[in-house]
Design a protein around this ligand. Structure first.
Ligand SMILES: [Fe+2]
Length: 288
């Protein structure tokens, strides 16, 4: 089967529940420049996306008693074989729901909701250009009771590839070239650690963080540079929901088709070698 038929297009977006969607959207609009659009039962958080003419519905905010992940959405190209995906899911003991050859949805073995849809069905007009607005949702870092088992399932069913691993507790998986689109760590099902949004580069952190400061917000951690992915990071918390957002830049790429042996760190390397090449370690809140 061709790579086109088995390789997901991109992480399309995340559906998250938050206690007050209007408040979360207000922060995302005022502090980071996202465009907010109405949606049945919630709000869409839109940015420009990273390919083609379409923007990206990076987030769908739904009202809920607790902040959490409802579903991850992956976009696939016209040549992607959704029936084969459904077959792999069935083979893994899951119960995929297919919709007219255009969509497959299932809950993975660890309880995470996944939906794969044709990219053409998710096309939206991009918002007006804004050099400071995050370009796209690039990765999601979430919790699973057994992250190793979850990672194995995502490799087998979703065709994702392991890029890097820290002990038995942190797994970084990629769709194609970008170092990771999914991170998995131990914790309660569906709980998010962070949503990773790509920004244009090092030069935009200053104006973004100055704007946050002027609005009375502080970063939680960073700027710094992670070792896995070699990306620059800054983390902040959306005040009303506690959603943790990472603004990342310069994410590493892994050559397509290359034999990539996943980098495996010892658990004890996490604090000393992987979290921040520039030095300062995170606050306790980040490690929970
Ligand atoms: Fe991240």
């Amino acid at each position: 089967m061709s790579a086109e038929a088995t390789t997901l297009g991109r992480l399309g977006g995340a559906v998250v529940s938050v206690p007050d969607p209007d408040a979360s959207a207000g922060f995302l609009e005022a502090a980071l420049g996202f465009e907010i659009r109405p949606l049945d039962g919630g709000l869409q958080v839109v940015c420009a996306g990273d390919y083609g003419e379409s923007g990206q519905v990076a987030l769908e905010l739904r009202p809920g008693s607790e902040t959490g992940l409802v579903e991850l959405v992956f976009e696939v190209g016209a040549g992607y074989d959704l029936e084969a995906l459904a077959e792999r899911a069935r083979g893994a003991g899951l119960a995929p729901a297919a919709a007219g050859g255009e969509e497959v949805a299932f809950v993975d073995a660890t309880g995470i909701g996944l939906r794969c849809v044709r990219a053409a069905a998710r096309e939206v007009a991009p918002p007006a250009a804004d050099g400071l607005r995050p370009r796209r949702l690039g990765h999601v870092n979430l919790k699973a009771a057994d992250p190793g088992a979850a990672a194995g399932g995502w490799e087998a069913v979703m065709g994702m590839m392991l890029s890097e691993q820290i002990g038995e507790a942190l797994y970084f998986l990629r769709i194609a070239r970008e170092h990771h689109n999914i991170g998995l760590r131990p914790g309660p099902r569906g709980e998010l650690h962070h949503l990773g949004f790509e920004v244009a580069g090092w030069h935009v952190y200053e104006p973004i963080l100055d704007r946050l400061s002027s609005l009375g917000h502080r970063v939680e951690y960073g700027p710094g540079r992670h070792t896995p992915g070699n990306n620059i990071f800054t983390y902040l918390l959306e005040p009303s929901s506690g959603l943790r957002l990472e603004l990342f830049a310069d994410m590493g790429q892994i050559a397509a088709g290359a034999e990539h042996e996943p980098k495996r760190w010892q658990a004890g390397d996490r604090m000393t070698q992987t979290l921040n090449r520039w030095g300062p370690l995170p606050p306790e809140s980040f490690l929970a």
